[in-house]
Design a protein around this ligand. Structure first.
Ligand code: ZN
Length: 187
């Protein structure tokens, strides 16, 4: 069984109920809660990959406007999925959780330095931050599992095309949260 980590991408107030919200995020919240609880129970590390922007970040100024500004309530993980002391939080300032962050050294250091081999991704958005984080995971040789009922996007089309791209290009396995929890129980 490979060493796994769950990475929860941008489940922040601004993306769920705030400035850049999508109503579609509501459906994945209970599924991610279940996944996070199962991961903790089975000793699988839970990592939160969170936007924490400066106001002058390129993405803020040139594309999306203000969202998830570091230190504001909008940049906090939604209360339903709040991190616990044993979890990890890695802040980011661009789409990918790997881009100029400490995510890669963290993944390498887990499992007593043997490192993580498979990343399980959930959160927002299928075609943006989940996609860019998957790209960087793929480039670094990680196996990728995407939670089909644990990722969402602004539209059904973005979500479906996003999933297809992840599967076709990064060889991501698409699994439901229940299937992933069954795998935890088997290993
Ligand atoms: Zn952002």
């Amino acid at each position: 069984m490979t060493n796994k980590a769950v990475i929860i991408v941008d489940m922040l107030n601004d993306f769920v109920t705030g400035d850049l919200k999508t109503e579609r995020a509501a459906r994945i919240v209970p599924n991610l809660k279940k996944l996070i609880e199962a991961a903790r129970k089975h000793g699988v590390p839970v990592i939160y990959s969170n936007d924490a922007h400066y106001k002058h970040d390129f993405e803020v100024v040139h594309k999306w406007g203000g969202h998830a500004i570091k230190g504001t309530p909008g940049a906090q993980v939604i209360p339903e999925l709040a991190p616990r002391e044993e979890d990890f939080i890695v802040e980011k300032r661009a789409y990918s959780g790997f881009y100029e962050t400490g995510l890669e050294p963290l993944l390498r250091s887990l499992y007593r330095g043997k490192g993580v081999e498979t990343v399980i991704l959930g959160g927002l958005h299928t075609h943006i931050c989940v996609r860019h984080t998957s790209a960087d995971a793929f480039f670094r040789g990680y196996k990728i599992i995407i939670t089909s009922d644990g990722v969402e996007a602004f539209t059904q089309k973005d979500h479906e095309e996003g999933l297809k791209y992840l599967k076709d290009v990064y060889n991501a396995e698409i699994k439901t949260v229940n299937e992933i929890i069954e795998d935890f129980e088997k290993s």
